[in-house]
Design a protein around this ligand. Structure first.
Ligand code: ARG
Length: 566
């Protein structure tokens, strides 16, 4: 229908005003009184035509009027054209929303989108801040897959660097009595902390640690085994948390993998005069003045490689191995300059590159002081997840009379972790996030519990209906006001998925789901569903069913789970 309206509108503009526009966009209006869809094309072309937008809009409206599927048409405000569709046309449109709930077939012809996210450093427990990259990245993987992209979800773990020299040395000195596999992450962290305490007293340890890392780099068997042990302890512990968050990776190739892949890149860069000698013999990339970027260090004066060197080698490897169409780096704003330099540097190497994009996000702070990081120690993600579930338990206890469930434990878990995750994903990722437990756990408002509750409510209606809910009917009498708003919101779903994916903005989807919950609850509060007479009952049940499906689909794309009952 919208394509049809677009085409017609283009023809009209062509015939009446002699302008050709590439497309006429219709946006779904999800408020009462603004029609089902509206276009601002008149405003867009008014200048070029030297006409008043309302004049163009009026002409357009006149000629669109009477088209099949169009019930009413109005020119509004400064020159919008608002259209009300016939119930029949709306129901046809809704089928597109229905389809959008099913993943699109995979488009194999284009290369995959590589999404680099989570990226913890090993030998340390996940801190609460890790959740941002983890859930934003997973949501972007889910969205891309749903829309038919192939995706390589990549946990680029930090498993290399001088800190392993320190850790290995600390273990040799103070911890060897226990095999490394039996260590917990907390105990490994303690070893690391102890190293730093002892170094204060005995600075020579620093050299020993450096020597240990050098030995590790040279492939010392003993140290290598230790390092493997640390990796596996870390991975086991991470797995539990990722499971709780519904996070899955396709690969976790980490920094260590690029150890033997950096030298050729350094050589190439030197040969191409992209990497030049900087201070004291280090290798750097120097940028043009207008690029406004400081020099980019790719090799230290002592020959050591860096994080940046590995990222360069990694781009080469990813391009050669996967032929991706894009690589997205979901990393916090602290590395913004770094990625600008990295992308600018790699462009000069003149490789055939995919789209490289830093998907940036802000910092997270807790509204309650007591939750902020205690001095020196990071707030562990595992503890925050547990706390979320504890708090969900309290909310459930408080609302004992209105919440019912057949699996309290499962509900607490999905509500607690869901609240935490939704609290993050419903905010524009570019902004710093002030995290407020009360807000994210509220049963009303833009929160996971509200979404979960609304889903359960829709499912409960469908259970009580006790009849098979058929697909959408072909036609209906005039919609009531609240039905129309609900239908309008439902129509927006396919576009919202596209937009959230294209802008890499999970909050576009989250906020949409919130609007849908509001529209459904408003509808639920005023229209009888089960008690309505046919064919109204069937129509309302099928709308309810579509709401439940869209909510579940959307929630799962956000990595949440929704209950059948609540
Ligand atoms: N592990 C890194 C850190 O903690 C983040 C890695 C981001 N990804 C990348 N390809 N550089 O800072």
């Amino acid at each position: 229908m919208f394509e049809f309206l677009s085409e017609r509108a283009r023809d009209i503009l062509q015939c009446t005003f002699g302008v050709s526009v590439s497309s006429v966009e219709w946006v779904y209006a999800d408020r009462e009184g603004f029609g089902d869809c509206s276009t601002s094309i008149a405003l867009q072309i008014a200048k070029k035509l030297n006409l008043k937008p309302t004049e163009i809009a009026k002409k357009l409206a006149e000629q669109l009027r009477g088209l099949p599927g169009v019930e009413r048409i109005e020119v509004a405000g400064v020159g919008y054209v608002n259209i009300w569709l016939t119930p029949e046309a709306l129901l046809t449109e809704l089928r597109i929303t229905e389809k959008a709930c099913v993943p699109e077939p995979v488009r194999k012809k284009e290369g995959p989108v590589i999404i680099d996210y989570s990226q913890p450093n090993i030998a340390k427990p996940l801190g609460v801040h890790h959740i941002l990259s983890t859930v934003i990245g997973q949501c972007l993987c889910n969205l891309h897959r749903h829309l038919g992209y192939t995706v390589v979800g990549w946990n680029y773990i930090g498993d290399w660097g001088t800190q392993f020299g320190k850790l290995a040395m600390a273990w040799e000195k103070w911890g060897k009595s226990k095999p490394v596999e039996r260590y917990t992450l907390d105990e490994l962290l303690e070893l690391y902390v102890r190293f730093h305490a002892e170094v204060e007293k005995n600075p020579a340890l620093e050299d020993e640690a450096r020597a240990a890392f050098l030995k590790l780099e040279q492939g010392d068997r003993h140290l290598r085994l230790f390092w493997e042990g640390v990796r596996s302890v870390t991975k086991t512990s991470l797995a539990t948390i990722y499971e709780r968050l519904h996070v899955h990776f396709d690969t976790d190739i980490g920094e260590s993998f690029y150890e033997d892949k950096m030298q050729p890149i350094l050589e190439e860069g030197k040969k191409k005069h992209v990497f030049v000698k900087g201070e004291g013999g280090a290798l750097v990339v120097l940028f043009e003045e207008e690029e406004k970027l400081p020099p980019f260090l790719v090799q230290k004066a002592d020959g050591a490689t860096l994080y940046a060197t590995r990222d360069l080698a990694q781009i080469r490897y990813r391009v050669d191995t996967f032929h991706p169409q894009a690589i997205l780096y979901v990393v916090d704003v602290a590395q913004q300059l770094y990625f600008q330099q990295l992308f600018a540097a790699v462009k000069r190497l003149d490789w055939k590159l995919p789209q490289l994009e830093h998907v940036v996000f802000g910092r997270m702070r807790f509204a309650e002081k007591s939750m902020s990081t205690r001095k020196g120690t990071v707030l562990k993600l595992e503890h925050v997840l547990d706390e979320a579930v504890e708090r969900a338990k309290e909310v459930i206890a408080e609302h004992r009379d209105s919440i019912q469930t057949d699996d309290e434990g499962a509900l607490e878990e999905m509500m607690g972790t869901g609240a935490l995750v939704y609290g993050i994903l419903s905010q524009n990722r570019r902004m710093d996030l002030i995290f407020d437990w009360r807000k994210v756990l509220a049963l009303e408002g833009n929160s996971a519990p509200y979404l979960q509750y609304t889903h359960a409510r829709a499912r409960s209606v469908l259970r009580k209906a006790n009849t098979k809910v058929d697909a959408l009917p072909k036609d209906a009498k005039a919609f009531t006001a609240s039905e129309r708003v609900l239908v309008g919101v439902l129509l927006g779903f396919p576009e919202v998925l596209q937009e959230a994916c294209a802008h890499r903005m999970p909050h576009i989807l989250a906020n949409y789901l919130y609007r849908l919950c509001q529209a459904f609850n408003a509808f639920y509060n005023v229209e009888p569903i089960l008690k309505a007479s046919e064919p109204l009952r069937s129509l309302r049940l099928s709308l309810t069913s579509l709401v439940a499906t869209v909510l579940k689909t959307g929630a799962e794309l956000l990595t949440l789970r929704v209950p059948e009952r609540m």
